[in-house]
Design a protein around this ligand. Structure first.
Ligand SMILES: Nc1ncnc2c1ncn2[C@@H]1O[C@H](COP(=O)(O)OP(=O)(O)OP(=O)(O)O)[C@@H](O)[C@H]1O
Ligand SMILES: Nc1ccn([C@@H]2O[C@H](COP(=O)(O)O)[C@@H](O)[C@H]2O)c(=O)n1
Length: 212
């Protein structure tokens, strides 16, 4: 079974992806890490984020086994990732890797912005997870504070709005709801409530397939 989860920044895609993957015994890929890793490689090599050739070369060299999630998290890398993610050749270079992950025997859970629309249009279940921008900023602020990092909620909200705009307005693989996606607004749900709602959707799809 392939579960595709898309949605805007800090909507809880990764949290749901991890929990659904654990529940169904599937591997999980947070595809945002790929774009973050491309941006990190560019910056580490002293390149600028608008260098399409260098970004594409970095994307072609990515190795899923060598992604260091700890080093890729953080506000600055999210912003940088959204710049390289708007480059069609970078996206193209990352398609095969994501599809190979999704094609593992038994399936997988992938979360990102274009999983249900571009990477796995044939996914068994598609979730589009949202929450208000204010709630998402609050969640990210809480996360940073819990990690002992300095955080300004207003600046985080501004970042989130800018990143959402860039992701939704780019011409290639923009953040968009697939026509057959189930939308889940988690603004008023805690993490357990969001997981229960998502599990309900996935379980209903699985049950309907088993019957037919
Ligand atoms: N329903 C929820 N209620 C409250 N907090 C939540 C909920 N879901 C996730 N969180 C928390 O919100 C933060 C963002 O969640 P998460 O990292 O899963 O979002 P994301 O959509 O994967 O983010 P990104 O776009 O950066 O990859 C995390 O600190 C997570 O623990
Ligand atoms: N499938 C995807 C996943 C991510 N992006 C871009 O990467 C940025 C960082 O992603 P996070 O999920 O880690 O926040 C994001 O803002 C997108 O620009 C993407 O384009 N497609």
């Amino acid at each position: 079974m392939i579960i595709a989860i898309d949605g805007p920044a800090a909507s809880g895609k990764g949290t749901l992806g991890r929990r659904l993957a654990a529940h169904f015994g599937l591997p999980h890929l947070d595809t945002g890490l790929l774009y973050r890793a491309v941006a990190q490689r560019l910056l580490a090599a002293g390149e600028t984020l608008d260098d399409v050739a260098a970004a594409t070369a970095a994307a072609r060299e990515l190795d899923l086994e060598r992604l260091d999630e700890g080093a890729l998290r953080g506000r600055a890398m999210g912003e940088a990732a959204s710049i390289v993610a708007a480059m069609p050749s970078v996206r193209e270079a990352l398609i095969a890797l994501q599809r190979a992950f999704a094609g593992q025997p038994g399936g997988a859970v992938l979360d990102g912005r274009d999983i249900g629309t571009v990477i796995c249009p044939e996914a068994d279940v598609k979730l589009f997870v949202t929450a208000s921008a204010e709630e998402r900023a609050r969640r990210r602020w809480r996360e940073l504070v819990a990690r002992g990092e300095p955080a300004d909620e207003a600046a985080i909200l501004e970042d989130i709005r800018r990143r959402d705009r860039r992701d939704a307005e780019r011409p290639t693989a923009p953040l968009a709801v697939a026509p057959d996606a189930h939308q889940l607004d988690t603004t008023r749900l805690d993490a357990d409530g969001a997981f229960a709602a998502a599990l309900g959707i996935v379980s209903a799809v699985v049950a309907s397939r088993t019957k037919s």
